[in-house]
Design a protein around this ligand. Sequence first.
Ligand code: SF4
Ligand code: MG
Length: 321
Amino acid sequence: MSALIEVENLTRVFDVSKPWLNRVIERLPKALLTAVSDVSFGIEENSVYALVGESGSGKSTIGKIIVGLVPPSSGKVEIDGVDLATEPEGARRAAVRENVQMIFQDPYASLNPRWKVRDIIAEPVSARGGDTEGLAERLLEQVGLSAQDAGKYPHEFSGGQRQRICIARALASNPRIIVCDEPTSALDVSVQSQVLNLMSDLREELGLTYLFISHDLTVVRHMADKVGVLYLGTLVEEAPRDTLYADPKHPYTQMLFEAAPRMDAFGRDIDPPKGEIPDAINPPPGCAFHPRCPIAVDRCRKERPRLREVGKTRVACHLAE
Ligand code: SF4
Ligand code: MG
């Protein structure tokens, strides 16, 4: 059975050269940042797939590629068997628009402050000339707010309520897939679990599929069926949730579990672990994790480990048994 979303050999390279520097120093080589490097995974319908990693690991870029906000440099994304890259622009947009919505970290920044909530929620449908009669009111109730809230403005709501409004807007076009990029990390811990529970309930009621992007291993444990761990744009480990939490096999995943309490709400290291700061422009040769890996051997500095199956886990480490 093929998955609802298939990501194959996905790579995204950004040109991060500084134009002003290029004017000063002629023929400066381009600075290329490989944000996503040869990543493959599948997401089954009506499941939650979490991508975890530190900031800069490439998880948001993968989310943006799947919703069509960023094109891949190479590799492909298939949604329900449709290869987005080979579709003409119009069909590609339609496939994404009909199937995929995105929820962002900051619910305030993504809501137009001058629009009433009714218009914000109905916008994805009204933009296509669809029927929006009573739509916002129905969706507000579905996300645990009240129909009367439709006439208010975003600033009249708390952070958690605003994220519910974002969820209502995402639901307006009846998507099958929602890409959630750190959907609760800007919220108070007490509000986080309410929003996460709402998302779980909606998945069951509506048969939704989530790509859940997070640095927070506690939140991921609560939400995910399967977890992929990213390091410097590479998928280093993937396993069903319980397998990963019981027996993390990659030294980086193990380090993440140890470092978890040291991260702030945005996944930045408060107290960075030993080792060089990874540089995605000049990644280390061999296993990109070797400068920070406590068990690295000579082979790790020369040969890039490929993902291979160990039990129910896929892991990219020469030494994983
Ligand atoms: Fe560590 Fe080597 Fe495994 Fe990379 S391949 S994680 S350096 S042991
Ligand atoms: Mg991010």
